[in-house]
Design a binder for this molecule. Structure first.
Ligand code: GLY
Ligand code: MN
Length: 461
């Protein structure tokens, strides 16, 4: 946990962004895995973590905008709980650690909300995303669960986005520590990528590194020799020479700051000529996009720069043809790079996404495209100092997509379908780093993880 002053400062800042009423934050509850007493590992809600810091289930926080008071509601453990869980600090003692002086049992929350509703006070809340919280909030506020989103507070959502997007130095330090753990995960995974090894042996090992060094993985490990499937969670294939292994994995710590890194390596440790050709194109797109990061630049422009670099590279390999800039503008690269360049990273691996992708990533100036490929870009607006973004271009040969495009002769002035056919057994490559926007540019966070062909071959030899 950060010092109490961090949480007090954040709550006061939020208080100044809104006027009148209450701000209600419901923390997460335990979620049953297969029966009520057997739960998933507890994960606190990120907004609750950000403003109230405490990492326990069944807590609620209120910022009273009219009275200048903050509250934490939660029940102290009783002797039955102590028998199973041991002695726990009281809610009062926990609340003091995050600078909150006013505490009460959960019945007090019901009373405060009932009285606020009766007094027609504005209750600001963000849309809940978990079934348990949706039910709790619906009961508490007397709003039908399907109406909660429509009744959530856009001023609150916008204020949280402004605050959480702009990382504080101590937040950047926590993210960076998680990139360093990702360094261990990825270098271990690379060294294990030998023919005959089953994917799950590597996936299990790197998930164990996360667990033994910090918290859990920040999202289910993506690891496959079928990297043409963007989020492949099947880990049952045996590694064979000639395939590339995509590992997209990160971890989060006890404060829930996360990392999200992707590396792609040739099984056995040596790139063949075809793999090296495609790899260098993705690497070049990753480096060019990273170098373009600075305040004031729309992330969509950086995405398009990466797209153009990919079109240029694939044109030089004969896979694409024509003018690469025009090809990218017309979306021809999306046959190979169908996703967005990256997303914000922080307390959530897709930071703040639960508040609404378009509110986070788009504004009046930069509106979300509806075109295939560009529509998947989660964030398009101008970067600001303090944002942390992933930069993750990729090239994928998705046989099913190739067949559809080829059958329709789609954008055939830019695509050499005959040569593309020969790449249907290639798989995919993605290279992802976590990048801080600084006052005059960027900083790639964490200990550098081997990325060039030479660095990867060296590590794997
Ligand atoms: N690393 C998974 C994702 O960015 O969606
Ligand atoms: Mn990512």
């Amino acid at each position: 946990m950060f010092p109490a002053s961090v949480y007090t400062t954040r709550r006061n800042k939020l208080r100044h962004e809104l006027s009148g009423g209450l701000i209600l934050f419901l923390g997460n509850q335990e979620v049953p895995f297969n029966y009520p007493a057997n739960t998933y590992s507890f994960r606190q809600d990120s907004n609750f973590s950000y403003f109230f810091g405490l990492d326990h289930p069944d807590l609620a926080g209120i910022i009273d905008l009219d009275e200048d008071k903050d509250f934490i509601f939660g029940n102290d453990v009783d002797i039955d709980d102590i028998i199973w869980m041991g002695v726990q600090p009281t809610i009062k003692d926990q609340a003091l650690k995050v600078g909150v002086m006013n505490t009460a049992p959960l019945t007090g929350l019901n009373e405060m909300i009932t009285s606020a509703v009766a007094g027609k006070r504005r209750i600001h809340f963000v849309p809940p995303y978990r079934g348990e919280t949706i039910l709790w909030m619906s009961d508490l506020l007397g709003i039908h669960h399907l109406e909660l989103k429509a009744n959530s507070s856009e001023p609150l959502i916008r204020a949280i986005i402004r605050m959480r997007m702009q990382k504080e130095p101590q937040e950047v330090a926590e993210i960076e520590k998680m990139v360093d753990v990702a360094w261990m995960m990825h270098t271990t995974g690379m060294k294990m990528a030998k023919p005959g090894v089953v994917e799950r042996e590597i996936a299990g090992k790197i998930e164990g590194i996360a667990l033994s060094n910090c918290g859990p993985v920040s999202f289910p490990v993506i690891l496959s020799i079928n990297g043409q499937t963007l989020h492949n969670h099947y880990h049952g294939n045996t590694l064979v020479e000639g395939r590339m292994l995509v590992i997209d994995a990160g971890c989060e710590n006890d404060l829930h700051y996360s990392s999200d890194i992707t590396r792609t390596v040739p099984v056995g440790g040596k790139f063949n000529a075809r793999q090296k050709g495609i790899y260098e194109v993705v690497l070049n797109a990753n480096l060019a996009a990273t170098r373009a990061v600075k305040p004031g630049v729309p992330f969509r422009d950086i995405h398009m720069l990466a797209a153009t670099e990919i079109a240029k590279g694939l044109t030089s390999l004969g896979i694409m043809k024509g003018d690469p800039a025009e090809a990218a503008l017309k979306g021809a690269h999306t046959l190979f790079f169908p996703h967005g360049l990256g997303h914000p990273l922080g307390l959530d691996v897709h930071d703040l996404e639960g508040l609404g992708e378009n509110l986070i990533g788009y504004d009046e100036e930069v509106q979300r495209s509806k075109e295939f490929g560009l529509a998947f870009l989660r964030f398009g607006r101008k970067l600001q100092e303090g944002f942390v973004m992933t930069i993750e271009p990729g090239i994928y040969f998705i046989p099913e997509l190739i067949d559809i495009w080829k059958a329709g002769n789609k954008l055939s002035e830019f695509i050499n379908y005959e040569l593309v056919e020969t790449y249907k057994d290639f798989g995919g490559i993605r290279i992802e780093d976590d990048v801080l926007v600084t006052a005059d540019g960027y900083r790639v966070l964490g200990k550098p993880i081997p990325k060039t062909v030479a660095e990867i071959e060296d590590l794997m030899s």
